[in-house]
Design a protein around this ligand. Structure first.
Ligand SMILES: [Zn+2]
Length: 377
């Protein structure tokens, strides 16, 4: 007789159907109506949703970073997020230390390595091209192939100083050897967004895609820039990267009118915007897309299967037999909530995402809200 490690009974999928999920050795072993025995059973009684584990494609979680720092588990499993991607807090100089720190967390942690070897130890990490050390960068990539899964370049005025578009040209060159996804932070100009977008190719990720700064994806007449239209047609990815100053409801609303949706919803969370807002958590950022009228499926896909595909995370992002047992258990709580974007604009939602627990490689982690709702380990 089969004895699984864990069975989640009566889990509600986002299409409303109810299934049991069996987990064995950190993998999803069976899905459907399951009568087998298990070491441990959690009965969700059809009350709580489950999805593949949430993946936050843009965070900052190198604890030693002087400006954008946080602890992976505080933005990860404690918030219903099973995988976090650190977006360029770290450059090649600190790759070893970050790797070893990351291994201590329960949350899956990945790095998009900053092309500047110094990482985010100051805001202007690309103001001196001498801080791009290609051999050191290549060494780090070769040493941690399962940890460093992408490349980060920040292309805004305060970061690049007098260097204009040069760091991006260099990043595209550095990307050639590994073929890893390149994430580009866009913000204040120069460099101009058109100039940035025209250099991007399929699979490259524009983060802060719905920022409300003058250099945004819309022109002065509020039409989509041709450069962005062409980039989307080439397969360039749009990522939210909310952060402290990079998400505007007005831009997101205009985009929706034009049928433009982000591929991934991410938080750009770090301790300051987690504690003081306007980010607070990935769940809170996801709730903003309920205000915008996005479907539950679109929101969940953007933190599960879309993210896994774009980040090339094999065996993640789906509830399917043989996939990693990374699962998020959550409620959509009917409750009025006022939400602020990065511009101080407020929208109201009648429901919000509440993460109750997550399972990472088969191990259960209950959130504070989960305990209040009667879940226990
Ligand atoms: Zn960021």
């Amino acid at each position: 007789m089969i004895m699984y490690d864990l069975i989640l009974k009566n889990a509600k999928l986002i299409d409303g159907s109810i299934v049991d999920i069996a987990i064995e050795a950190g993998k999803i072993a069976e899905l459907g109506q399951i009568d087998a025995a298990a070491q441990k059973t959690i009965d969700l009684k059809g009350l709580h949703y489950v999805s593949a584990g949430w993946i936050d494609s843009h965070t900052h979680c190198f604890a030693r970073s002087p400006i954008y720092h946080d602890e992976p588990d505080l933005i990860g499993v404690h918030a219903g997020v099973t995988a976090v991607v650190d977006a360029g807090s770290v450059g090649a100089l600190d790759a070893d230390e970050f790797y070893h720190l990351a291994q201590q967390s329960k949350t899956n942690v990945y790095s998009f390595l900053n092309i500047s070897k110094i990482g985010l130890i100051r805001q202007s990490e690309l103001s001196d091209m001498n801080d791009i050390d290609v051999p050191l960068f290549d060494q780090a990539l070769a040493k941690y192939p399962d940890f460093i899964i992408g490349i980060k370049v920040r292309m805004s005025r305060s970061v690049v100083g007098e260097n204009g578009i040069k760091p991006l040209v260099q990043a595209k060159e550095m990307q050639k050897k590994s073929g890893l996804p390149l994430m580009i932070h866009v913000g204040n100009n120069p460099p101009e967004l058109d100039e940035v977008a025209d250099l991007l190719t399929k699979g490259d990720i524009i983060t802060h895609c719905f920022n409300g700064k003058p250099n945004k994806i819309f022109d002065k007449e509020n039409n989509l820039r041709d450069s962005i239209k062409r980039a989307i047609e080439r397969g360039v990815i749009l990522d939210i990267g909310h952060g402290g100053e990079s998400f505007s409801f007005a831009v997101a609303e205009r985009a929706k009118c034009l049928d433009i949706y982000p591929n991934t919803i991410s938080s750009d969370i770090y301790s300051k915007n987690r504690l003081q807002g306007p980010v607070f958590s990935l769940a809170n950022v996801m709730t903003k897309f309920i205000c915008l009228g996005y479907s539950l499926k679109r929101i969940i896909d953007s933190v599960t299967c879309n993210a896994a595909e774009i980040l090339h995370l094999k065996n993640k992002g789906e509830l399917a037999v043989g996939y990693d047992a990374d699962i998020t258990i959550f409620d959509l709580k009917q409750e009025k909530i006022a939400l602020s974007d990065a511009e101080g604009e407020v929208r109201e939602s009648n429901e919000r995402f509440v993460p109750l627990a997550c399972i990472v490689s088969g191990q259960t982690e209950i959130t504070e809200e989960g305990r209040k709702n009667g879940l226990n380990d």
